[in-house]
Design a protein around this ligand. Structure first.
Ligand code: UD1
Ligand code: CA
Length: 499
């Protein structure tokens, strides 16, 4: 059943003690407000409207592509946030009826019933409750619509309900009003059923009644929650839908952000475990919401998989590894490494302690070993870069071996230059490849050479002075050292003797 969603996110979030807007803070790499908007979208909400205010220059870029943004200049409360979105909500309502605004203006300022006889519904969510699921949003909307309720309030029960509005019910257990903690009597404060801050309203009824809200309360705000009492007084049906408290947990502090991260980590990891991913300790693995893993992937502790990373079956990642926006093929090994925007084909081995930066492509069966850094380079099939190398802006052919400590000198202080190395070449240890330079196929470079000129196919390139031998020099040197040491210690002994 169709419904719209409005996400309230204009508030300040002072308890975060941050220069960053509260809803722009990230949970498993995704901004809080995006979790809420994405949940509404997966619940198939028709249009999502976001109300922004405080630090909106940080918030708007996160949501402007797929929500209708309304700015609340003055934050006068949750009821006020709905009031200022009124025109936008009416427009959406009209669009859904398939009418243009012009034709509607001749008729009435209020929303109308749909052709199917149902009024449009509006789900209200808070931008700082990232744990709410699409399933709960859909159930909340369905519950309001099926009951024909003017409003359905999403509630939860907490042993310590501090900070939340309380759900007040009559002797027949019917919801009669919501009281904010600051306005509650001690008896009302003892109530453990809380207002989650999420609701589904009959849109027309909401817009009609929201205008009647006042600020006569402890906080001097227009409380959206006061609507409930008004609807009940008019004899309109109001219902409540109970959910688990985890889903509606709001993020107001860093401690709550950490708790929510734990909860989301548990949820995401449970999904991957169910799908056949092995984790030695799921509490020590952090996987972003847009990461995809095939079955039989294994993840070792202290591993972070972020962004749009994809990993194919049989690959083992970790321990102590961070992978962001990478594509990893089948049966790869990535140990104690950092990989950013890199592509690993099947059977690649990486680490311990490799750093693969953006633009790295490791072809099938290739290797980037210990303390190896690679950026913007392709390592051909079966090629090995096993120890202590830096490759930048390099094209390696197949079955190339890069000796320990060999590096490309790709930057001359002005621009980045290319290095090309042909198939089956053997680059000696500690070779400096001064780019731009092309080394042909089936070549060898002598260890320690500084290669500044192109090397033709099949050639050996050596660049270093001949070794020089001075016979007996070292033996004499050692003798001199020993004699010196003996004289020093005999002087010391004399000094120490009592006179
Ligand atoms: C609100 C509810 C309370 C509920 C709690 C759940 C009211 C009056 N109270 O209280 O019953 O238990 O949420 O978390 O609604 N916002 C705006 N514009 C404003 C004011 C707030 O967009 O002018 C947004 C905030 O950014 C936030 C949401 O609305 O995302 C809730 O506002 P907040 O001030 O946190 O409400 P609470 O006092 O927590
Ligand atoms: Ca408040």
């Amino acid at each position: 059943m169709a419904f719209f969603t409005i996400v309230l996110a204009a508030g300040e979030g002072t308890r975060m003690r941050s220069t960053r807007a509260k809803v722009a803070h990230e949970l498993l790499g995704k901004p809080l407000i995006r979790w809420v908007v994405d949940a509404a979208k997966s619940a198939e909400s028709d249009a999502v409207i976001t109300v922004v205010g405080h630090a909106r220059e940080q918030v708007i870029p996160l949501i402007e592509n797929d929500t209708i943004v309304v700015v609340q200049e003055q934050r006068l409360g949750t009821g006020h946030a709905i009031m200022i979105a009124r025109e936008t909500l009416l427009e959406q309502e009209q669009k859904s009826l398939g009418q243009t605004r012009e034709t509607r203006e001749h008729k009435t300022q209020e929303p109308e019933a749909r052709e199917d006889g149902r009024a449009a519904s509006l789900v209200v969510l808070c931008g700082d409750t990232p744990l709410i699921t699409a399933q709960t949003i859909a159930t909340l909307a369905a519950s309001q619509q099926e009951d024909g309720a003017a409003a359905c309030v999403l509630t939860h029960i907490l042993d310590d309900p501090t900070g939340y509005g309380r759900i007040i019910r009559d002797e027949k257990d019917a919801l009669v009003r919501i009281v904010e903690e600051k306005d509650a009597t001690p008896a009302e404060r003892a109530v453990k059923e809380c207002n989650s801050g999420a609701y589904c309203f009959d849109l027309a009824i909401l817009l009609e009644n929201v205008r009647e809200l006042d600020k006569n309360n402890a906080q001097g705000e227009y409380y959206l929650t006061d609507i409930i009492e008004k609807l009940v007084a008019k004899g309109l049906p109001v219902t409540a839908h109970l959910t688990d408290a985890e889903q509606t947990q709001g993020i107001n502090s860093r401690a709550q952000l950490a708790q929510a991260t734990k909860a989301m980590q548990r949820r995401v990891n449970a999904t991957h475990l169910d799908a056949g991913v092995t984790m030695l300790d799921p509490e020590l693995v952090w996987i972003g919401p847009d990461v995809s893993l095939e079955h039989d992937v294994e993840i070792l502790p202290l591993t972070f998989l972020n962004g749009t990373t994809r990993v194919a079956r049989g690959s083992v990642l970790g321990p102590n590894t961070r992978v962001t926006d990478c594509v990893i093929g089948k049966d790869c090994q990535v140990e104690e490494s950092v990989l950013v925007e890199a592509v690993l084909e099947d059977g690649v081995s990486c680490g311990p302690r490799a750093y693969l930066r953006p633009g790295t492509v490791m072809k099938a069966g290739s290797k980037a070993g210990t303390h190896v850094e690679i950026k913007n380079s392709t390592v051909g099939p079966g090629s090995k870069v096993p120890h202590l190398s830096y490759l930048g802006d390099t094209q390696l052919g197949e079955d190339v071996n890069i000796g320990a400590g060999a590096i490309t000198c790709n930057y001359d202080g002005f621009s980045k230059n290319q290095t090309t190395i042909g198939d089956r070449s053997f680059i000696g240890s500690d070779t400096m490849l001064v780019a731009p330079v092309t080394v042909g196929s089936d070549t060898v470079t002598g260890a320690g050479s500084v290669i500044t000129d192109d090397v033709p196919d099949g050639a050996l390139a050596v660049e270093r002075t001949r070794q020089h031998i001075v016979k007996g020099w070292a033996r004499e040197h050692v003798k001199k050292k020993t004699r010196g040491r003996e004289m020093k210690s005999s002087r010391m002994r004399k000094k120490e003797k009592p006179q």
